[in-house]
Design a protein around this ligand. Structure first.
Ligand SMILES: *Cc1c(COP(=O)(O)O)cnc(C)c1O
Length: 374
C-alpha cells in the first residue's frame, strides 16, 4: 500500500533546530529570552499591526482578548455556530453568552445579515472567524459593529496569510487571535498570538497574560491575571517559521490552485471566497455531493492512503450549547464537508492522486445510485 498521505505535516526544515538549540545552550528555555520579542516583532510586521503579544496557545489568545476587552457575565457575543469549539468556549469561559449565527452558503463564513438579526441590547461583540483560510466580509461586519457600538474580535487561527481588500486579516477588529498548533500554517507546537492596533489594549494584554503583574514592580499584581505566556523555545520555533512564511503561503496557494483544477470536473463543491478576499489556504475544504455518504467516502480515501477530516461539527448541536435552534446552511456544510491534505511539502503528484481517487469514488457512488434508480 502507498504510504499514508497525512492531512498535515509541519515543515521544520529551516532554522528551527538551530534556534531551539540556542535556547538549550543558553538555558533560556522558559518564558523569558530573546526569541520572544524577535518573534513578536516579526509577526507584527508580517500582519502589519503595531502590537503582537505571544501566548501559549490559540485558545488562551482568544480568552485573554475577550477578557481584556471587558467581556463578561451578562454580555452576549455573536459567533458562528460553524467553527472550532475554542471560539465558543472562550466566550463562555468569560461568563458571557455565545449567541450563534448562521454562515453564508458560498464561503461558509459568518453571515452579516444574520448578525443583524441577532443583535440585542446585551450584545457586546462579534467574533469573526475566518474559517479554513477564507475571510469574513469585514466591510459589512465593521459597518454593523459601528452602527450598534459592538467590538470585533477576529479569530484568525486558520487565516495566517489571508487578506481582505489587500490588508492582512487581524487589522479589522479591535483585537485578533492566531494559533500556532502543529497543523496550523505557522507552528510552534502549541502557541498563539494576540494582535491589536491599540497601545493601551496591548499593554493590558501583556499584563494580564503575566499574572497581572505590574510592569514596574515585581510581585505586585495590579489586577486578576493568568499565566498564558509563550516559552522562549516556542518563540524560537516561531521565529524560524516566520522567516519562511511567505514561501510557505505561496506554496499553500499553489497546492490549493492545483486541487481546484484537478477537482474542477468532479462532483465536489468548493468553498468560495469573498470577492475582496485572498486566502492563505490553510486547509482545502470541499462539500461532497448531497447524495454521498461522507463517512464512507472518508473511509474509502483512508483505504487509499489519504487522510482527510470532517468539517467542524456545529456548536449549537453539542451538549453544553444545545438549543432548539436551527442553522440549515451551517448544518449542511458540517454534514457534507471534508478537508483534504494541505501541507506545503505535498507534491503535485500526490495532489493529482488525491483528486483522482476522490473523483473516481464520487463517480462510483453515482453509478451505484443510477443502478439503484433503475
Ligand atoms: C486552532 C483554532 C483555535 C485554537 O487554537 P489552539 O492553539 O489549538 O488552542 C481557535 N479557533 C480556531 C478557528 C482554530 O482553528
Amino acid at each position: 500500500m502507498r504510504p499514508l498521505i497525512p492531512l498535515y505535516q509541519p515543515d521544520l526544515s529551516g532554522k528551527e533546530r538551530q534556534y531551539v538549540l540556542e535556547c538549550i545552550d543558553t538555558a533560556w528555555i522558559s518564558s523569558r529570552g530573546d526569541f520572544k520579542a524577535r518573534f513578536e516583532n516579526a509577526f507584527a510586521d508580517y500582519v502589519g499591526v503595531p502590537y503582537a503579544v505571544s501566548v501559549n496557545n490559540g485558545t488562551t489568545a482568544l480568552h485573554l482578548a475577550l477578557h481584556c476587552l471587558g467581556i463578561g457575565p451578562g454580555d452576549e457575543v455573536i459567533v458562528p455556530t460553524l467553527t472550532y469549539i475554542a471560539s465558543v468556549n472562550t466566550i463562555k469561559q468569560t461568563g458571557a453568552i455565545p449567541v450563534f449565527a448562521e454562515v453564508n452558503h458560498g464561503d461558509w463564513e459568518l453571515d452579516p445579515a444574520d448578525i443583524r438579526r441577532r443583535v440585542t441590547s446585551k450584545t457586546k461583540a462579534v467574533m469573526a472567524v475566518h474559517l479554513y483560510g477564507a475571510v469574513c466580509d469585514m466591510h459589512t461586519i465593521g459597518e454593523i459593529a459601528r452602527q450598534h457600538n459592538l467590538m470585533v474580535i477576529e479569530d484568525c487561527a486558520e487565516a495566517l496569510g489571508s487578506t481582505f481588500a489587500g490588508q492582512h486579516v487581524g487589522n479589522f477588529g479591535d483585537v485578533a487571535c492566531f494559533s500556532f498548533y502543529g497543523n496550523k500554517t505557522l507552528t510552534t507546537g502549541e502557541g498563539g498570538m494576540v494582535v491589536t492596533r491599540k497601545a493601551s489594549l496591548a499593554e493590558r494584554l501583556r499584563l494580564v497574560c503575566n499574572h497581572g503583574q505590574s510592569p514596574t514592580r515585581r510581585y505586585w499584581h495590579i489586577e486578576l491575571g493568568f499565566n498564558y505566556r509563550m516559552t522562549n523555545i516556542c518563540a524560537a520555533l516561531g521565529l524560524a517559521q516566520i522567516e519562511r512564511l511567505p514561501a510557505t503561503v505561496t506554496r499553500k496557494r499553489a497546492v490549493a490552485q492545483r486541487y481546484r483544477q484537478a477537482l474542477a470536473d468532479s462532483r465536489v463543491t468548493m468553498q468560495q471566497l469573498h470577492s475582496e478576499a485572498c486566502s492563505g489556504e490553510w486547509l482545502m475544504s470541499v462539500l461532497l455531493p448531497a447524495d454521498v455518504d461522507r463517512d464512507c467516502t472518508m473511509e474509502a480515501l483512508a483505504g487509499a492512503g489519504i487522510e482527510t477530516r470532517p468539517v467542524f461539527a456545529c456548536a449549537h448541536e453539542m451538549p453544553m450549547y444545545y438549543r432548539e435552534q436551527h442553522f440549515p446552511i451551517a448544518e449542511e456544510i458540517s454534514r457534507r464537508g471534508i478537508s483534504l491534505p494541505s501541507f506545503p511539502a505535498l507534491t503535485n503528484d500526490e495532489i493529482t492522486y488525491i483528486a483522482r481517487r476522490l473523483t473516481q469514488l464520487l463517480l462510483r457512488n453515482r453509478a451505484v445510485e443510477v443502478i439503484a434508480e433503475g
